[in-house]
Design a protein around this ligand. Sequence first.
Ligand code: ADP
Length: 614
Amino acid sequence: MDAQHTGNQDRPDSALQQRVDERTAELSQALAVVEAQKRELEHALRMRDEIQLQLEAELEDARLLHGISAMLVDEHNVGELFQKLVDAATLIMRSDFGSIQRYDEARGELQLIATRGLNDEAVSYWQWVHPGRATTCGHALLKSQRVVVPDFESWGDISGSDDLIAFRAAGVRAAQSTPLLTRSGRLVGMITTHWTRSHEPQERDLRLIDIVARQAADLIERNSAAEALQHHARKLVEADRYKDEFLATLAHELRNPLAPIRNGLAVLKIGKPEQAQRVLPMMERQLHHMVHLIDDLLDVSRISRGMVNLKRARVQLSAVIDSAVETSRPLISAANHRFTITLPGTAVWLNADMTRVAQIISNLLNNAAKYTPPGGDIELVAEVIGDEVVVRVIDSGIGIPAAMLPRIFELFTQVDGSAERSKGGLGVGLALAKRLAEMHDGSVEVESAGGKPGAVFTLRLPIMASTTNVAEDDGSDGAPAKARALRILIVDDNEDAAETLSLLLQELGHVTSVVTEAPKAMAAALAFLPEIAVLDLGMPHLNGFDLARLLRAEPALRDTYLIALSGWGMEEDRARSRDAGMDHHLTKPVTLRDVEDALLKSIVAMGGGISKRS
Ligand code: ADP
């Protein structure tokens, strides 16, 4: 009973103890779990706080960027926009100063367009920055990537440079420059932020400045596209206005001489024969004026298309001036101007196309005569300065408004284009003079005291080194070729052109035959056996080239001198004529002088005037 009792007493104690131990172990485990959970919770709470802070910062950044975008949409003044972008950049980067530069492609340099905080000296000192200059932007421009300098004092690339002194004076110690690249990767500018203390921007700062840089790049690109568009639009409107003015002037100027010519014709038809004496010179004068206008127009168009070849030769300046004066004298005399000419004391030689240089000078003289009220003064002064001859045409006329001076050499530009005030021009003469001078490696310039009386036009041409050996043109107009009577076949589908050329050649004493249908030319040629055949190139059914080949292949016509007549006068056109067997190439409109020259050449080619068939 006792033993049982004791046994019974021992067992409950140890069992209890065991249970206590077990419970204690369980509790400590539970406590450890709770501790771990508590630590986890604390960690999670800390994380939450951090994330919250980060979110708040990002929200703040997002608000900032949103603000910038909104401001870019609202603001339409481009200058203001760039200013706001610099402000935003300095805010984001927590910098003291900032700047935006535009890349000028023509100069290959950066130009400051907006700044914040930089003083006036700094702004003017860094107005333009070339690639590689000792600044962050100079280096970023060179490498086309971002450059960060946390401390200029320890930046090897700047030590000893004037830029370092300027940075110190401006109070700049650190900077970063981020290139502004378009979506296609083209560099259009630079955005830079500066600090007064040494500073290295954080990753977040650089991420944000990249976003601002993107917007600035878009803005610059958009802005230059808009500017280019506006510029084109303005040019188009201007061109359209010029075109209208030009057409009005052209119609007026061409109609002016037509009226007297028409009246003259009526007089010739119904009037007394002796009246022809009075009417014909007048008609000739008016026709000459019209031809001159049209020639100028054609010349400009030919020069623009590269179709004018200079016939350069060694010519004397005095001969060129004589020729120009001869052309302009009637206009000068008609207006009763006093006219003086001063030439250099010694002979001056030019390597020039005599006719074309005379054309430049007579254009200037004609203008002096036209734009000077009657009884004025006109001077032509030529002198040698260095290796140039300088020809000045000075008048006491109405002068040219300052605003028009830069445009006066543009095609179809007239100071007063109104038909009532027109002096019989199309605004072509000066454009032509300028282009012809440039073709001679020279120039034409104008000076006028902005609307006050008088204008001075200056033509400069290189003079010829005396040793240069080129063909000499004696400057004489060249007496008409005294060709003996020749048999000349004219093949041209333009009946009027063929008929008038035939009349002209007959007047010069030649015998002509006209064919207006090219396929009939061969039979006509075999019947007529011409010494010379003038073949228009552009004809239906059979063009001039093919006709030339056919004629050349015919033994009876083998020695016929073939002259091509064409609207095209470029070297390749001449080469095509030569290939087809032509001996000479005449470019339309053909002058009497051209025809005479061609006939003279044909006589020389045929053996110095002794016709093989005569
Ligand atoms: P236009 O056939 O009209 O004379 P130009 O090209 O020769 O054409 O000249 C262009 C314009 O320049 C003229 O319409 C005139 O307004 C101005 N101009 C040219 N020469 C003179 C001058 N000597 N004095 C004043 N104005 C001039």
